[in-house]
Design a protein around this ligand. Structure first.
Ligand code: G3I
Length: 333
């Protein structure tokens, strides 16, 4: 029972809808989720292309079916995601309107989705409001997403303000991105954004570190420094999409991890979870979510020529030593 060892949310990404690995139709996945996690993030089912397929059409049926399951199991939900440049419906990508039209459209999109869940359920405790707004390279500028081009450079501030009015004061609102644990330039750009949002009293509660990391990167010291910089802004930090890919030096195509590799993965999970617990004081912990239940579910295995083994359970639903590594970090804290 991983989550019972922690005083913070311990989550996992789950599929729903018609997915072959939907949590709603997979008894072994349900057993894992119900035993080890207290939080779920919908891996895809709450993304805009599914919830808001046409400008005047919202489709909540599949997300609601997942919500009903979480309510029945006493799980809470981290909503993912309101504003992102990927997995959007074509009508948003092609939206032709004035800046005022874009602003009204974004406000309606956020308000309708957040209010739907707030009015029908009381267990959506946090949202990824804006995802991946920054580019990776040196300087890490804002990405020219359709939202930035349509709404204006202040679209992030506007999105958080809309989300707060719809969600109420008790839901944590996150900016979520990847690579900040290992890319100081990107982290600094995001911290500059945070400083500006806070200077303008924009309601942001936390930063989500996706944590799609690997056996080599980030090193624990760099990671802890990055976390501490966010904590110093008074924000929560949540590890929102954690998985650990193989070492980039490790190029063999293997069909399963060797026992030695399983131990190394366990050690890596233990080190990263311990680093989080050391760098982030209890009041600032948004918790840790792993991005997928088993290796068969993991996005790391979607477009890859070699298999990855980055999550806590093997494809046959057996726990990896990494589950114990995660637990050991919680026990030691
Ligand atoms: O819905 C279709 C389905 O109808 C079709 O049969 C199937 C065939 O491949 O594809 C399905 O769509 C897939 C979708 O996941 C839902 O399963 C897409 O092809 C696939 O590209 C998509 O991948 C998701 C990816 O986001 C899209 O960018 C991954 O599952 C999901 O893990 C990944 O998650 C993102 C986070 O949202 C944001 N952070 C990075 C993270 C990893 O990329």
């Amino acid at each position: 029972h991983l989550h019972s060892l922690a005083d913070m949310p311990i989550g996992v990404a789950v599929e729903a809808g018609g997915a072959i690995n939907s949590i709603l139709t997979s008894t072994p996945r349900q057993a894992i989720v119900e035993a080890h996690f207290d939080t779920v993030t919908p891996e895809n089912i709450m993304k805009p292309f599914l919830l808001h397929p046409q400008q005047e059409t919202y489709d909540f049926a599949n997300a609601d079916a997942l919500m009903d399951y979480t309510v029945a199991q006493g799980l809470v939900v981290h909503g993912h995601v309101l504003i992102w440049h990927a997995q959007q419906p074509d009508w948003i990508n092609n939206f032709a309107g004035t800046q005022a039209d874009w602003q009204a459209m974004m406000d309606d999109h956020i308000a309708t989705i957040v209010e739907h869940f707030a009015q029908n359920y009381d267990n959506v405790v946090s949202w990824d409001v804006v995802n991946e707004a920054f580019l990776d390279g040196g300087g890490s500028q804002l990405r020219d997403s359709v939202w930035r081009l349509g709404v204006g450079d202040d679209y992030i501030a506007r999105a958080f303000t809309s989300a707060r009015s719809a969600a109420g004061a008790n839901v944590d609102l996150y900016y979520n991105d990847y690579g900040m644990e290992n890319n100081g330039s990107k982290l600094n750009s995001i911290l500059a954004m945070v400083d500006e949002l806070q200077a303008n009293s924009v309601p942001i509660d936390g930063i989500g570190f996706q944590m799609h990391v690997n056996m080599d990167y980030p090193d624990v010291g760099t990671f802890k420094q990055a976390l501490a910089k966010v904590v110093s802004r008074g924000l929560k930090v949540k590890l929102t999409e954690m998985d650990v890919a193989r070492s980039t030096l490790d190029t063999d195509r293997i069909s399963q991890l060797t026992p030695e590799m399983q131990i190394a993965l366990a050690d890596r999970y233990q080190a990263l979870v311990s680093a989080y617990l050391e760098a982030v004081p209890a009041a600032s912990r948004g918790g840790i979510t792993v991005w997928g239940i088993t290796d068969a579910d993991s996005w790391l295995n979607r477009n890859t020529s070699r298999l990855e083994f980055g999550v806590l359970f093997n494809s046959d639903f057996t726990p990896k030593p990494a589950l114990q590594g995660f637990a050991d970090a919680l026990i030691e804290a």
